[in-house]
Design a protein around this ligand. Structure first.
Ligand SMILES: *Cc1c(COP(=O)(O)O)cnc(C)c1O
Length: 387
């Protein structure tokens, strides 16, 4: 069994009868024929298709999900000394990009049911130095943007959704990416809209912000060799945009499969006595970038599952505020205590376990996972009660 099966994907049939692999080969050949490897027509086409899918006016396709976050923060004017409120329970890129700009990540603990930033704790973290709020839509489910946007609005603060794991999910019918001032996502191969290399995108309904993000992703260039602001080389390759266009043809079906398989696996696990299956907030759908449960004695459970041929992973074993690279929260020494007082995130980091999950996980594999977990967790429970 594979944790994520990227090979199965290439053999899937598109609406026109071709396999995904055939569609990708044709798209790559077209780029090799026209030769516009930087900002070729596929980049514009991809941006239009992605914006339409998300339901926002503007999309800027970029080189990675990390660059998408960096470009969004730069476009909002985040600079040295500013504070950006975020979650401690995420991939390093979420806080790394804040620290790269000399700004200070201020961590707000997570909601125990969804693992996303707890809006009840948000307002108390806002100070005169706060410049933006950066919630993550973790494991494929949007953060609580109703509550977060309401608080941000009262304080006149922009909100960036880190949607690297939630592309394709929605909240009250609005797709992830279009839930706040700016939304970002990643095309890293294992993400819900994974590509075959690095890539990402920024989304916004604000035309000025979109132009600024576009400029920043292209060295701050406003016309050829004339640079009006400091930017980065953050463009997506034309070849990768071409691959993404082919993959988009399959995406709708994959989102549907992820949602269906996530619900089915949850049900099987609950029948097997595993209570900690993913919980969706009302109004949310999830693309299950990760299917994550909680267990006691995680290393032993992982070893037992591995023996039964089931790979697992931990997202994430260490809170961002405890990462050596970010320790002391960048420039701010006095906040250390406060930053790391995230008991809900701490408890989650010690107990979470991600199981195999992808759009081609079949029923036999789902059954195998449920049976193996029932056996493993059951035998530990029996062992504990004997002692
Ligand atoms: C993967 C990920 C990123 C970074 O995306 P890359 O494309 O790998 O740079 C940022 N935030 C979260 C939550 C992620 O999961």
């Amino acid at each position: 069994m594979q944790f994520i099966d990227l090979a199965a994907q290439q053999q899937q049939r598109l609406a026109d009868g071709r396999t995904l692999r055939q569609a990708i080969d044709a798209r790559i050949a077209a780029v090799l024929d026209h030769g516009q490897y930087i900002l070729g027509p596929e980049v514009v086409e991809l941006e239009q298709r992605l914006a339409a899918y998300v339901g926002v006016e503007h999309c800027v396709a970029v080189a990675s999900g990390t660059d998408a976050l960096l470009i969004a923060l730069m476009a909002l004017g985040v600079q040295a000394g500013d504070e950006v409120i975020t979650t401690p329970f995420s991939f390093i890129a979420t806080a790394e990009t804040i620290v790269l700009l000399g700004a200070v990540p201020v961590y707000v603990d997570i909601d125990p049911a969804t693992y996303n930033l707890d809006p009840n704790l948000l307002e108390a973290a806002i100070t005169p130095l706060t410049r933006a709020i950066l919630p993550v839509s973790l494991y494929g489910q949007p953060a609580d943007f109703d509550a977060i946007n309401a608080i941000a609005g009262r304080h006149n603060l922009p909100v960036i959704e880190d949607g690297a794991q939630s592309f394709g999910a929605s909240q009250h019918g609005q797709r992830s990416g279009g839930l706040s001032t700016i939304g970002t996502t990643s095309f890293f191969p294992s993400k819900p809209l994974g590509g075959y290399g690095d890539g990402g995108a920024c989304f916004t309904g604000d035309g000025e912000l979109a132009e600024r993000m576009r400029r920043i992703s292209r060295h701050g260039q406003s016309r050829r060799y004339f640079h009006t602001e400091v930017g980065i080389n953050g463009r997506i390759d034309t070849l990768h945009a071409a691959i993404m266009l082919a993959k988009l043809e399959l995406f709708e079906a994959e989102v549907e499969a992820r949602s269906r398989i996530g619900a089915a696996l949850s049900q099987r696990l609950q029948v097997a006595g595993i209570g900690s299956t993913p919980q969706l907030s009302p109004g949310n759908t999830s693309v299950y970038a990760q299917f994550t449960i909680q267990v006691d004695n995680r290393p032993a459970v992982q070893a037992a599952l591995k023996e039964q041929g089931i790979p697992t992973a931990v997202h994430y074993p260490t809170l961002l505020c405890q990462q050596p690279a970010l320790a002391g929260c960048g420039s701010c020494a006095k906040r250390c205590e406060q930053c790391c007082s995230c008991p809900v995130g701490q408890a989650a980091s010690e107990r979470v376990l991600s199981l195999p999950m992808h759009p081609y996980l079949n029923e036999a594999e789902q059954e195998l996972i449920a049976n193996a977990l029932a056996k493993t967790v059951g035998s530990f429970a029996a062992h504990l009660s004997l002692n």
